[in-house]
Write a protein that binds this ligand. Structure first.
Ligand code: ZN
Length: 243
């Protein structure tokens, strides 16, 4: 089975379309949450995802905030302004869809799916080997996929010495998976690893491989929409620089 794994689309429909066409034919799509927030097209992103066949989709912290499950104080200045804008824009269908998203963890075959971390599915960031180490005790499958940090990476556990190693899989090189590992496909709509291209991954459950992928898209077009919507300028600038 060939699975498109993606996360953190953040209302960036142009990046989402680029990923869907770059990925080619897939058997399933696993989306790890944060459909909305930051970007200019929350309704378009939600509608596009909702119509994808064989989709598994989780709730992220921005989705939870837009439907009123998170206090606005949990977000910093620009993120909060953006959140208020998102709340004013989302239509009834979007709200309904976001409300029905599961917060996870979910299990698909040998893989645990969460937005943040296995022990704190909505909020915790798995950004270093220490946090990753603590999280290996919180899931039972060989593999776990997380989003939320917007950085494409893999935390590999050596069970003999209990050490965790951070690896950055090379783009377009299939990475053969060995138990146990926590993987992040990066962010579709707002990558933060200094590469402006939309980030995602292809998981092949038969070959047991993970391939990190990047898809270029028209960043200027999205920046124009962000500015026209009156969203924070920072959200436009960062897209071009990938932070
Ligand atoms: Zn996010």
């Amino acid at each position: 089975m060939r699975v498109l794994i993606m996360s953190d689309i953040h209302a960036n429909i142009v990046a989402l379309e680029a990923v869907l066409s770059d990925a080619g034919t897939v058997d399933e799509v696993w989306c790890l949450g944060d459909l909305v927030g930051y970007g200019p097209n929350p309704n378009e992103v939600t509608a596009r995802l909702r119509d994808l066949p064989n989709l598994t989709c989780l709730m992220g912290n921005h989705d939870a905030a837009v439907i009123g499950l998170m206090p606005h104080e949990a977000f910093n200045g620009d993120a909060r302004r953006s959140l208020e804008w998102q709340k004013s824009q989302v239509n009834a269908e979007t709200l309904q869809y976001l409300r029905e998203l599961p917060s996870g963890p979910l299990i698909r075959g040998n893989v645990t799916l969460v937005h943040g971390s296995p022990r704190d599915p909505i909020w915790e960031y798995v950004v270093n080997t220490l946090v990753a180490r603590l999280n290996f005790n919180a899931f039972d499958t060989d593999y776990c996929v997380v989003g939320h940090s917007h950085v494409q990476c893999a935390f590999y556990l050596n069970e003999k010495n209990s050490r965790v190693v951070l690896e950055i899989p090379k783009v377009d090189e299939p990475y053969t998976l060995k138990p146990r590992v926590i993987l992040n496909p990066g962010s579709v709509g707002q990558p933060r690893d200094r590469d402006a291209r939309a980030s995602y991954a292809i998981y092949d459950s038969e070959a047991n491989t993970w391939t990190a992928r990047r898809a270029a898209y028209d960043v200027a077009k999205v920046q124009k929409r962000i500015r026209a919507a009156g969203l924070p300028e920072r959200h436009a600038v960062r897209l071009l620089e990938g932070w």
